[in-house]
Design a binder for this molecule. Structure first.
Ligand code: HEC
Ligand code: HEC
Length: 302
């Protein structure tokens, strides 16, 4: 036997043993788990990931699975640990519960399905595994969730003030004056992967009024106060006061014209959209001059 074939034999034996060990470690998912040094939850998550997620998110978690090229938006790159849906401030890591909620919900207006049919344990294991793709999870803690005060009353005064904020914060530059996602900056926007990205079209929402990151008024509050990281949709936590944020929520709901909502009822009772241009509105609020490339001006607070 030459040295070369001996080496090869040893290699084969080692490989055979390795796969036996790996299979034992990961049997509960029913799939082989060849990655060493992982605790049981990550091992199980790896098996589930190969079964359910790899075709989109890729073997290396970089969002380059076989199907990725056909998808818009592209699957998330887990190596960057940048997530759209967080309860935590912009730039920080999400809580595990944020990621679990994403798995339960799926991501509206994308190919990311809901994983509600899996068990709670499966979802926890998947999250444990996708966190192994970025070192950030070893060196950083998740952010502190933003505080959301109790919702204020839905009335025409609140909606009207929200409409003013929509102007002042320049939401219209991307989302358009009617919230159709067609503002003057809309066609120029790209995400952190240089892919074109479209601002949310409020008017296209069905009666359930879904967003990528939730469906309730609380979710809507959270979305613009935490921002959609990895996209041009900024966080407004530093420039909008908590109660003012509820006014903005109430106005945004009236842009979802297909929806039966307390906000749309209040607007209708006050005479419809023209009620938002009532005397007493500051004239400057209705048509501000475009500035600084569609981004809200830093410190351009109240
Ligand atoms: C059919 C393709 C597809 C499959 C299968 C898929 N995803 Fe996704 N996933 C996507 C796309 C596309 C996005 C990006 C959505 C967006 O940016 O709006 C995404 C985004 C995500 C996000 C990020 C959400 C955020 O807040 O940014 C997580 C977490 C995620 N997927 C986990 C999973 C897990 C876990 C599995 C397997 C159980 C899985 N995905 C399977 C397509 C897929
Ligand atoms: C610079 C452009 C820009 C500005 C300014 C902007 N947005 Fe956005 N917004 C976006 C983009 C792009 C998306 C889509 C993100 C995605 O699909 O991942 C978005 C998405 C959203 C969503 C939906 C997120 C989801 O979960 O589906 C809401 C709600 C929203 N924006 C509210 C606002 C509000 C309120 C303002 C002003 C206070 C504002 N936006 C200002 C670009 C912008």
């Amino acid at each position: 036997m030459t040295i070369r074939t001996t080496c090869r034999c040893i290699l084969f034996i080692a490989m055979a043993l390795g796969s036996v060990f790996a299979q034992n470690a990961g049997t509960s998912s029913g799939y082989p788990t060849p990655r060493d040094g992982f605790p049981p939850s990550e091992q199980r998550g790896h098996g589930l990931y190969l079964r359910y997620c790899v075709y989109c998110h890729g073997v290396f978690g970089d969002g380059n699975g076989d199907n990725a090229q056909f998808l818009d938006p592209r699957p998330r790159d887990f190596t960057a640990a940048t997530f759209k849906c967080r309860s935590t401030p912009t730039g920080t890591l999400p809580l595990d519960s944020d990621l679990i909620n994403t798995l339960l919900r799926g991501v509206e207006a994308s190919n990311m399905p809901s994983w509600r049919p899996l068990s709670d344990e499966n979802r926890q294991d998947l999250i444990a595994y996708i966190k192994t793709f970025s070192e950030r999870w070893k060196t950083e803690k998740a952010g502190d969730p933003i505080k959301i005060p109790a919702e204020t009353a839905v009335d025409i005064a609140s909606i009207r003030h929200g409409a003013e904020l929509f102007q002042k914060m320049e939401c219209w530059k991307c989302h358009g004056q009617q919230g159709h996602g067609d503002g003057p900056s809309a066609s120029t926007l790209t995400d952190s992967k240089d892919q074109p990205i479209h601002p949310y079209n409020f008017a296209a929402a069905e009666n359930d009024g879904r967003f990528k990151c939730g469906v309730t008024n609380q979710d809507l509050y959270r979305i613009f106060m935490t921002g959609v990281d990895g996209t041009p949709m900024p966080s407004f936590a530093d420039v909008i006061q908590p109660n003012d944020a509820w006014d903005l929520v109430h106005f945004l709901r009236t842009l979802q014209t297909n929806r039966r909502s307390p906000e749309n009822s209040a607007l209708k009772a006050a005479g419809g959209p023209s009620a938002l241009k009532a005397p007493g509105d500051k004239p400057s609020a209705s048509n501000p001059a475009p500035s600084n490339n569609g981004r809200p001006s830093a410190g351009g607070g109240r």
